[in-house]
Design a protein around this ligand. Structure first.
Ligand code: FES
Length: 319
């Protein structure tokens, strides 16, 4: 999962809404940054110990800057708080090249983009891409209040025709009703959603179960997730290292492996980014991540070891 790191500098910072700051990053050497597609994110090396994933939010393509919208999360495990405290203009850091686990299907007939809170950021890149191609789309932005809605002025000026705003503290008539918005599935319709976990679960289940959209037409990216490491203890064999360790109730596989000196690269530690993905040689994983697709989970030949567990007493990993 490693890609070459890029040395960048913060060249712009703007406080846009309650707790939301927008950062512009440019290469230290002034060159163009690698091109990116709608839905892409970068790994931000906040400090040597903290790596976090953030979606890009500017118009996709090739340019001299990337733009990130970052919410200062009171429940932060250190990432967003450190960014808000330290990432001022002139601050130097490293980021990965853009990666895309949330691509836009440009052959779709129509797209419904749904951003919940700061989950609006990947939707912005998608809206820019769809608009540039003259594609049909709706953009639904759901927030607690207007004062918490980042990028509001930009959305209203760039996507006036497609934008629908939904605020928790305003009238019932403007509340987001996914069943009504999605309607019955028709071929070529696609839904894209990013936002808090509970909000996404609601949107995804409405699209798939209530409105009968095929799974392939419902696209999503989780940016954080609850991790529950509880469950029966099991044995993990690290085949390459020749080491066996017990993973106890309340412990992750990565934590158990660390106790015997095996370090697995991790980043989000929430089953979202895929950094800790390992091949499974024997045993059946109990998948708890939001990274692998349903099909990949059914194959049972890979596991996200920061959060998943085992359905069998023994799991042999190719590490
Ligand atoms: S570290 Fe991100 S999925 Fe495990």
């Amino acid at each position: 999962m490693n890609s070459e790191l890029i040395d960048v500098v913060v060249t712009g910072r703007e406080e846009q809404a309650d707790g939301v700051a927008v950062f512009e990053l440019s290469r230290k050497d002034g060159d163009l940054l690698p091109a990116f597609e709608a839905g892409a994110h970068v790994d931000v090396h906040v400090s040597p110990e903290i790596i976090r994933q953030y979606s890009l939010s500017n118009a996709p393509g090739h340019g001299t800057s990337y733009r990130l919208g970052i919410l200062k999360d009171p429940a932060s495990r250190g990432g967003s708080i450190a960014i808000h405290e330290n990432f001022n203009v002139g601050h130097e850091l490293q980021i990965s090249e853009p990666r895309n686990h949330f691509p836009l299907n440009m052959s779709g007939e129509s797209s419904i983009l749904v951003g919940g809170g700061i989950g609006v950021t990947p939707m912005l890149t998608m809206a820019y891409a769809l608009k540039a191609e003259g594609k049909s789309f709706e953009f639904h932005y759901c927030c607690r209040s207007r004062s918490s809605a980042g990028f509001l002025a930009e959305l209203q000026s760039e996507f006036a025709e497609q934008l629908h705003l939904h605020f928790d503290d305003e009238g019932d008539e403007q509340r987001f009703n996914p069943e009504q918005v999605f309607g019955a599935y028709a071929e070529g319709k696609h839904v894209y959603v990013c936002g808090p976990t509970g909000f996404m679960d609601w949107v995804i289940s409405t699209a798939e179960e209530t409105c009968s959209y095929p799974k392939d037409n419902v696209h999503f990216e989780y940016f954080n997730a609850e991790v529950d490491n509880h469950g029966s203890a099991f044995e993990v064999v690290a085949e390459q290292s020749g080491v066996t360790v017990m993973v106890e109730d309340g412990q992750s596989i990565t934590e158990a492996l660390a106790t015997v000196g095996i370090k697995v690269d991790v980043s989000c530690e929430q089953g979202v980014c895929g950094t800790c993905l390992c091949d499974v040689l024997e045993g059946t994983p109990d998948h708890k991540d939001h990274f692998l697709t349903d099909e990949e989970k059914e194959d049972n030949d890979q596991i996200v070891v920061c959060c998943s567990r085992s359905k069998t007493d023994r799991l042999v990993l190719d590490i």
